[in-house]
Design a protein. Structure first.
Length: 284
């Protein structure tokens, strides 16, 4: 992330310099996404989720998400172009990029029927992106850190921190990992929600199920949080199925589901198509 403008500039010039960066457009997209989710949530809890404003804010949320992830993908591409580097693995390597995946999924949600649950993972990510950018760029631009006055300050003492920035940093550090686990759980629940839609043959649900399954499969390969959520779900169902009084047929069905899932995981392992190099795992 680029540093904030120089503290020696006047406030107006600092704000202007900040607003002219591509990173500020990325921040603005995340901020708009959060505001749209808040507005849509108000419509949803008042049973007006298909009103004009609700539909507008729902679509604008994913348009904002596509903008933010598109900016990240573009900046990554531009950085590689400057040094003449290419994505390892060609097209598969591009598709294995986490930001490309979320960009593609945002475009899918933009065109698909409404699934309110799909907003929440993007919203949680945006909260932390907005918080981090506010702490690192917005606050230092508006109120730059100042060195302590006096002789001690002249000796190169560390500038005084901003209390609000410190509080934001503490919030991110405290809740980030737990929130990423919540995101991974929501993504799994969303797959179940789409599956129910497919069973009921709702509009475009089978196409959406295939696309989202591919997305979740890629996330499982890259994210330790997604793996942890799947493992917790498996242990929970094992406990329920293994309880005394559970019909043997239920155990057989569950074992069949686990076996089929492992076969699907093996069959869709993309590392064998990229010269044996596995996709690097991420913690988000």
């Amino acid at each position: 992330m680029a540093p904030p403008p120089s503290a020696n500039l006047p406030l107006g010039e600092r704000i202007r310099a900040l607003a002219q960066t591509l990173q500020f457009a990325w921040f603005s997209g995340h901020l708009v996404l959060i505001l749209c989710i808040v507005r849509y949530t108000l419509s949803y809890i008042t049973f007006n989720s298909y009103s004009g404003w609700a539909r507008f804010t729902y679509r604008l949320s994913f348009l904002s998400a596509a903008l933010t992830y598109g900016i990240v993908v573009y900046k990554t591409w531009r950085a590689r172009q400057k040094v003449g580097a290419k994505y390892p693995g060609g097209v598969i390597g591009i598709l294995s990029d986490e930001n490309v995946q979320y960009l593609a999924l945002a475009l899918v949600w933009l065109l698909a029927p409404q699934y309110p649950l799909a907003l929440l993972p993007y919203g949680i990510y945006s909260v932390f992106h907005v918080a981090t950018y506010t702490r690192s760029n917005v606050i230092p631009t508006i109120q730059p850190n100042k060195a302590p006055a006096g002789a001690a300050g002249a000796a190169g003492a560390k500038p005084q921190g901003n209390p609000l920035a410190d509080a934001i940093g503490s919030f991110v550090k405290t809740y980030y990992d737990a929130s990423m686990s919540v995101v991974s759980t929501l993504e799994i629940l969303l797959w179940v929600r789409i599956l129910f839609s497919a069973v009921l043959f709702q509009s475009r649900s089978w196409v959406l199920l295939g696309l989202y399954t591919a997305f979740l499969r890629a996330r499982f390969s890259q994210s330790s949080h997604v793996q942890g959520s799947f493992n917790a779900l498996e242990l929970r169902i094992d406990s329920l199925v293994g309880a005394q009084g559970t019909p043997p047929a239920a155990r057989s069905v569950w074992e069949g589901i686990k076996g089929g899932t492992r076969q699907f995981y093996t069959a869709t392992d993309l590392s064998k198509y990229t010269s044996g190099s596995s996709v690097p795992k991420k913690t988000s």
